[in-house]
Design a protein around this ligand. Sequence first.
Ligand code: LMR
Length: 336
Amino acid sequence: MNLKACLKSLAMVAAMALPMTAFAAPAPIVIKFSHVVAQHTPKGQAADYFKKLAEERTKGRVKVEVYPNSQLYKDKEEMEALQLGAVQMLAPSLAKFAPLGVKEFEVFDLPFIFDNYQELHKVTQGPVGAKLLKKLEPKGILGLAYWDNGFKVMSANKPIKSVADLRGQKMRIQSSKVLDSEMRSAGAIPQVLAFSEVYQALQTGVVDGTENPPSNLYTQKMHEVQKYVTLSDHGYLGYAVIVNKKFWQGLPADIRTTLEGCMKDATKYANDVAKKDNDEALAAVKKSGRSQLIALTPQDRAAWKKTMDKAHKDNMGRIGADIVKEVYAATGYNAN
Ligand code: LMR
């Protein structure tokens, strides 16, 4: 075929395709949901559940692509990607909001601030929680919900029983100044690392230990490279589900309303599975025999709490005394 004939046939193909595209269903709205943990974690499962609900209830008008395990972005990059619109939805841990300039979220990192999920929910499902989410808006971000994970264990290659055992240990933390203070209050040396780098850092001895809820510890196999896991429940780790504000506000109103309903149900699902997942993960760590579990007596725990209260005092100004006091009022926190 000569060039002229070739162009003519291409034009005919294009002309035939045109009317068909006029009748074809519009391309779905794509929501890229990136996260850093494994699929079988409270966050991983809730993200998948949100996808299922959103695609069913919008009858395919919305497609949710979930990228787990830092497949697409690591901690810091995912925040930037959301602001730039390269992804539309994230659920970063509450410890990761200060680098955005919203330091108030570090209130959740204060050691021993919540004794249980009931106390946590007074904040995440109450006026303080709503007020904190509002603070994201000037950053081009909307906060849709809080998703629970759980209470942290402390892991290391030496037994950590008394708070003094942390002295001199190099401990991986998330990017939070409150967590930095928590570790320093006990004489440990904190080091910020992205979640995706923790396993290797533990394996190669870049750090000696870390803190995370059992579901994260187990699904990242951290227990395989840590000899001891202390059941300290010394702090909380959970999430805020966030979206790019411009994207969310630009959605057709009916779609947005449907997605809000899906988020409400996915939030209930996340919060329903969180405790169970963490209990199961802890049982699996124990069963694996790879690391030894250490329980704290009430006296040990009281000593940890007293020592780590320094992180409260040192960060009151950074977080904002008003927010800290509102949380104290909701949870009844008392250092003694
Ligand atoms: C961590 O970095 O330890 C956690 O924030 C990971 C996560 O998202 O649960």
